[in-house]
Design a protein around this ligand. Structure first.
Ligand code: CTP
Length: 421
């Protein structure tokens, strides 16, 4: 989402910001300032430990309203009560979301004002985690993140970087402007995910999902390879969204420079043939999403580095297996939904429809890659199904992923009711 569109979305919006006790709490002061600049109203709730990092008065000053922290504050109860605090908001944001706060929220505890509000809210909750990288990577935290995701919460970050404790890795809270953008998306998008208290687990709970993502690298010799510009952002975002919707997700990733998504089992491969083998090992599944930009050809690789002596060598290309078509053609245990992607540089919809039929998939996500999709954060896609074409607006790749997860939930429900997707 661009700054301009986030600004439009936020005017008049009411954000309930829960500040957890972490060093990143100081960044939430800037978050409140940025939200205010964009015309949003922020009510701030601080946990007891948050007050050890930033003074309550600082938040009251930037937010322009008193800070709440006490579950048993008679004056505040008289004014509106803690349920009211969460009900009057358009969105609840937890920033920084510490490991402890994430765990208490996942368990549904209500032992202070912050967790009581999280349990009482009927609004979407956006978490911006911030913690030591080992705490973030710990299976307990990842389980908690997946649980909150399947209850309908959304996440922004954490980012990789140098941490206050001197270590390097995922755990830094996202920058305030990135959180503002995520707030804009969370408010703008009907993600298809359940809202808290609107029916329990996510729509993909109990489902198995396999996703391919990123490019493949096909070696020419031990030092050179054929590759493409895929960043893996879209495929990784889809894997994360499916996990948040409650699915057990295996992501088969080609070589990328982005972090493994939370709550997802990620396997790393290099070539198309390795990717196919990993996919076949991960199946059976209910849903297969082929978001990878698989190299169509490989080279008969030389065992030694090719030397620059004489005429330039000619490369003999051999066709790679088509992973999507192979999975879609399985007669025994074919996934109930097979989703392909089409990256085209012209005649987008004609080629996408043709590819949809040729590959035998149930849904094809088409995008025009002439407009700088590779590596970008946004994407304009068209969804081709047997029913026709849906044109989606330009969205963050995260929002495309959330919406796609929502569509997958719908298709599974239609299939259960005996209708074709
Ligand atoms: N795909 C795959 N295995 C391949 C090639 C492509 O699984 N060897 C999948 C991609 O993951 C994507 C879809 O097929 O979901 C379409 O990929 P794309 O590169 O657009 O199509 P191609 O089949 O390669 O056709 P072309 O390059 O001729 O457009």
């Amino acid at each position: 989402m661009t700054g301009a569109s986030a600004r439009q979305n936020l005017a008049g919006k009411r954000i309930l910001l829960i500040v957890g006790g972490g060093v990143a709490a100081y960044k939430s002061l800037e978050l409140v300032r940025r939200l205010r600049e964009r015309g949003a109203f922020t009510r701030v709730v601080m946990t007891q430990s948050a007050k050890k990092f930033v003074a309550e008065l600082s938040f009251a000053a930037v937010a322009g309203s008193p800070v709440h922290h006490d579950l048993f504050d008679a004056a505040a109860e008289g004014e509106m009560g803690h349920i009211g605090l969460s009900r009057e908001a358009d969105l609840v944001v937890v920033a920084p979301a510490t490991a402890n706060l994430v765990a208490r929220a996942a368990l549904g505890l209500a032992d202070d004002l912050a967790t009581t509000l999280l349990l009482a809210t009927d609004k979407r909750v956006l978490f911006a985690p911030a913690m030591n990288l080992r705490m973030w990577l710990h299976p307990a935290t990842q389980r908690n993140v997946a649980t909150l995701g399947s209850d309908g919460a959304v996440f922004v970050g954490p980012e990789k970087g140098e941490m206050a404790c001197g270590e390097f890795g995922p755990g830094r809270m996202s920058e305030p402007l990135d959180i503002v953008a995520a707030i804009g998306s969370a408010l703008a998008e009907d993600t298809g995910l359940p809202l808290p208290g609107a029916g329990g687990a996510g729509g993909l709970a109990g489902r198995r999902v396999v996703v391919t993502s990123g490019p493949t690298h096909e070696p020419i010799d031990p030092v050179r390879f054929i590759a493409n510009r895929s960043s893996g952002k879209q495929g990784h975002a889809i894997a994360a969204a499916a996990a948040r919707a409650g699915a057990r997700v295996t992501l088969i990733s080609g070589p990328v420079n982005i972090a493994d998504p939370p709550g997802v089992e990620t396997r790393h491969v290099v070539t198309a043939r390795e990717m196919l083998a990993a996919v076949e090992e991960a199946l059976p599944a209910d849903i297969f999403v082929a978001a990878a930009a698989v190299a169509d050809w490989r080279v008969e690789a030389a065992a030694e580095k090719i030397k620059k002596t004489g005429a330039p060598p000619s490369l003999t290309l051999v066709e790679n297996p088509d992973i999507l078509a192979t999975v879609a053609a399985r007669d025994r245990d074919r996934p109930a939904i097979v989703v392909g992607f089409a990256a085209e540089t012209g005649e987008l919809l004609r080629r996408a429809r043709e590819k949809f039929l040729r590959k035998g998939c149930d849904m094809l996500v088409a995008n025009d890659v002439t407009s700088g999709v590779f590596g970008a954060d946004e994407n304009t896609v068209h969804i081709v199904t047997a029913e026709g074409v849906e044109d989606w607006p330009r969205l963050d790749k995260e929002a495309v992923a959330e919406r796609l997860a929502g569509r997958l939930v719908e298709i599974l429900a239609q299939q259960r009711n005996g209708k074709s997707p």
